[in-house]
Design a protein around this ligand. Structure first.
Ligand SMILES: [Zn+2]
Length: 267
């Protein structure tokens, strides 16, 4: 047996090669190396999160925490959700960015009146059926932990497009004029929003009611939330330890179940 072998395919490696990497140069072996790294990273972050939450539970005045949650934390293996973090800075909402949104909304309103479906970019054609209530509640809490990493993409358009606006207008009890529509949306701007992110992303998440949000926003689940959803469906309990990660570090964390939501770390 050679002194040094590739950890994936067992091919012999020279002393120098092995010192550089425990995997040979073959594509499959390099991919195995990355997989191993990701699994180890996930394991490390999950352990850190677990310690953080156990410490928090023991240090917080137990009266402050819902008793069922405390009992569950001690006795149940939680579902772990590792999510990307929104790390943008919260600032007073920028009037120029709000104006850009209203300008965008005006343009789509005009398109909707003229049935001009090609007038501006379409982000999503259809609205998916809503997620069952309990699942939506838990997913919402996971998103609240991340604080809207994917919302960064909403910028000053909030993904509102022709199909979304047609649908939103059709839900109104009476036809809206352009001014009424602009006023309706203006009423929902947060006082403070995240720099560079969606104009409607405030401290506590999206400030638009669900029926004024775009199809994209109502449909979208990031990969990590999609994984969380699968993990939930396979778990016996909905107790969740969630962490939002940036640069391999936990930035925000929370513990929750269907009935409670407790922020553990918020940076
Ligand atoms: Zn190899």
């Amino acid at each position: 047996m050679p002194d040094y072998q590739c950890h994936h395919c067992n091919v012999a490696l020279s002393n120098t090669q092995y010192a550089r990497s425990h995997y040979c140069e073959k594509g499959a072996c390099q991919r195995a190396k990355v997989r191993k790294y990701l699994v180890a990273k996930k394991q490390r972050l999950s352990e850190q999160l677990n310690t953080q939450i156990q410490d928090f539970t023991q240090s917080a005045a137990t009266n402050d925490l819902p008793s069922r949650l405390v009992i569950d934390i001690e006795n149940i293996t939680p579902v772990v959700a590792l999510l990307p973090a929104n790390t943008n800075i919260l600032e007073d909402s920028n009037p120029e960015r709000k104006q850009m949104f209203l300008h965008h909304l005006s343009a789509i309103y005009e398109d909707s009146k003229e049935n001009n479906s090609q007038g501006s970019e379409v982000y999503c054609e259809t609205l998916l059926p809503p997620t069952p209530e309990k699942e939506a509640e838990l997913i919402g809490k996971a998103c609240a932990t991340c604080m809207g990493n994917c919302c960064n993409l909403g910028k000053t358009h909030a993904f509102l497009d022709y199909p979304s606006l047609k649908h939103i207008l059709s839900l109104q009890s009476a036809a809206l004029t352009e001014n009424e529509l602009l006023t309706l949306y203006s009423e929902h701007f947060p006082d403070q929003s995240y720099e560079y992110s969606c104009v409607f992303l405030g401290k506590n998440g999206c400030t638009l009611p669900r029926d004024l949000r775009s199809f994209t926003c109502n449909n979208y689940l990031c990969d990590e939330i999609a994984n969380y959803r699968i993990a939930l469906s396979q778990a016996d309990s909905d107790l969740t330890f969630a962490a939002a990660i940036h640069n391999d570090t936990i930035v925000h964390s929370s513990v929750f179940d269907e009935d409670s939501f407790i922020r553990v770390v918020e940076k």
